[in-house]
Write a protein that binds this ligand. Structure first.
Ligand code: SF4
Length: 341
C-alpha cells in the first residue's frame, strides 16, 4: 500500500512495488480533473509499475500510429508520453509523433491550436547577449514580454528574468531586491541589473543533472527536455545565477494569452514538476528573430546576436566596450555580458 508523506510544501509516496502506481494511472485517466501533465511526469513510475503488473501488451501497442483498438486519442497520447525516449535519441518519426502529441494536449487543455516545432540550430551561429546597465531603468518590460512569449504559468509567478535593484555604488547582489514595487521607476539612488540564464559555455547545471535532461546545443543555448526532467532540482542548486525555476503547480494560462508558436526545447506548455529556464527564445532566435525581452526593452539596453559574426553588433560591443560577466571566477564562461555606455 502506498502512503503519502509531507515534506515542507511537497509530498511524495513510499514505494509499494508499483501496484499502487498502476492503479494511480487508471484513476488518473478516469478522473476528469486529473491533468495529463501530472500523468506525464509519472512516466518512469508507470513503466516500473506496468512491468510488475504484467501489462506488457499495452507497451507493445504504444508506439503504433493511428487509432489503437485499446483506447482513444487521449489514452494513446498518455501512453505515448510514457514511452517517449530522450529528445536526442528519438528518430525523426518519433519526434514528429512527440510534437503532434504536444499539439493535441495543448488543444485539449487550453482549447487552442498551437504549432510545436523543433527548428534545429543554424550552422555557424553561437548566440550571445550583452546588456548596457547604464540604460536599464528597472521597468521590467523584458520580464512581462518574456512571460507572454514563453507561455509561463500565470499563477506560478515563474519568471526567467530577475531585475535586481541595488543602491548606487553597491555591487553586492546579496543586497539586491528583485521584488521592488515603487509607484515609479527608476527610484532615486538605485540602479538596476537584469539577470537570466547566462547560457554558460561550461554549465554546471548540465553536469549536475543525473538523467541528462539538460544539455548545451551547438548554438550555445542550454536547453531542457521537459519530458525527460525528473524534477530533482539538482540543476537549480548547481546554477550560480538563480536562473532555473521549478513548476510547483500545473501552469495555468488563459486560452487567449497562449503563444501558439512554440518549440519543443523552448516555450511549449510545460507540465508540473519540471525545471525550466531562459532559452534565448529559441522558438524565435533560430528563425532569425530577436528574443522577446530585447524587442520589448524601451531603452535599447539589450543587444543579442551571433558571436561568430565579426560584423555583428554584439561582436562590436565585446571588442570595443569594457564588458564584464557575472561570477567570472567560477569558470562557467557565461555568454551574457554587461557593459556601460
Ligand atoms: Fe545553467 Fe545557470 Fe549557466 Fe544557465 S546560468 S547555463 S541555468 S548554470
Amino acid at each position: 500500500m502506498a502512503t503519502t508523506k509531507t515534506d515542507g510544501n511537497q509530498s511524495f509516496r513510499q514505494d509499494d512495488g508499483g501496484v499502487a502506481e498502476h492503479q494511480d494511472l487508471i484513476n488518473s485517466i478516469d478522473d476528469s480533473k486529473a491533468t495529463e501533465n501530472t500523468i506525464s511526469h509519472s512516466r518512469r513510475k508507470f513503466l516500473r509499475g506496468l512491468g510488475k503488473v504484467g501489462a506488457a501488451a499495452v507497451g507493445a501497442a504504444a508506439p503504433s500510429v493511428g487509432k489503437p483498438a485499446w483506447g482513444g486519442e487521449k489514452l494513446k497520447d498518455v501512453v505515448g508520453d510514457f514511452f517517449q525516449d530522450h529528445y536526442q535519441r528519438m528518430s525523426p518519426e518519433e519526434v514528429k509523433e512527440a510534437l503532434a502529441r504536444i499539439e493535441r494536449k495543448a488543444k485539449r487543455k487550453f482549447g487552442v491550436d498551437i504549432s510545436c516545432e523543433n527548428t534545429p540550430p543554424q550552422q555557424g551561429v553561437v548566440y550571445g547577449y550583452a546588456l548596457d546597465i547604464s540604460k536599464c531603468q528597472g521597468y521590467r518590460d523584458c520580464v512581462t514580454a518574456c512571460v507572454k512569449e514563453n507561455n509561463h504559468g500565470r499563477d506560478s509567478q515563474v519568471q526567467y528574468i530577475r531585475v535586481l535593484e541595488l543602491d548606487h555604488g553597491d555591487l553586492n547582489f546579496e543586497h539586491s531586491d528583485h521584488y521592488y514595487d515603487p509607484e515609479t521607476v527608476p527610484r532615486e539612488g538605485k540602479w538596476y541589473i537584469p539577470v537570466q540564464c547566462q547560457q554558460c559555455e561550461d554549465p554546471p547545471c548540465v553536469k549536475a543533472c543525473p538523467v541528462e535532461a539538460t544539455w548545451k546545443e551547438p548554438d550555445g543555448i542550454v536547453v531542457v527536455d521537459y519530458n525527460w526532467c525528473i524534477g530533482c532540482r539538482y540543476c537549480m542548486t548547481a546554477c550560480p545565477y538563480w536562473a532555473r525555476h521549478f513548476n510547483w503547480t500545473d501552469p495555468q494560462i488563459p486560452s487567449e494569452e497562449i503563444n501558439p508558436k512554440t518549440h519543443y526545447l523552448g516555450n511549449r506548455p510545460r507540465p508540473i514538476g519540471v525545471v525550466e529556464k531562459c532559452h534565448f527564445c529559441i522558438q524565435r532566435t533560430r528563425k532569425g528573430l530577436q528574443p522577446a525581452c530585447m524587442e520589448a526593452c524601451p531603452t535599447g539596453a539589450r543587444v543579442f546576436g551571433n558571436l561568430l559574426d565579426p560584423n555583428s553588433e554584439i561582436r562590436y560591443i565585446l571588442e570595443n566596450k569594457t564588458v564584464f560577466r557575472l561570477k567570472e571566477d567560477l569558470g562557467t564562461e557565461p555568454k551574457f555580458w554587461y557593459f556601460t555606455g
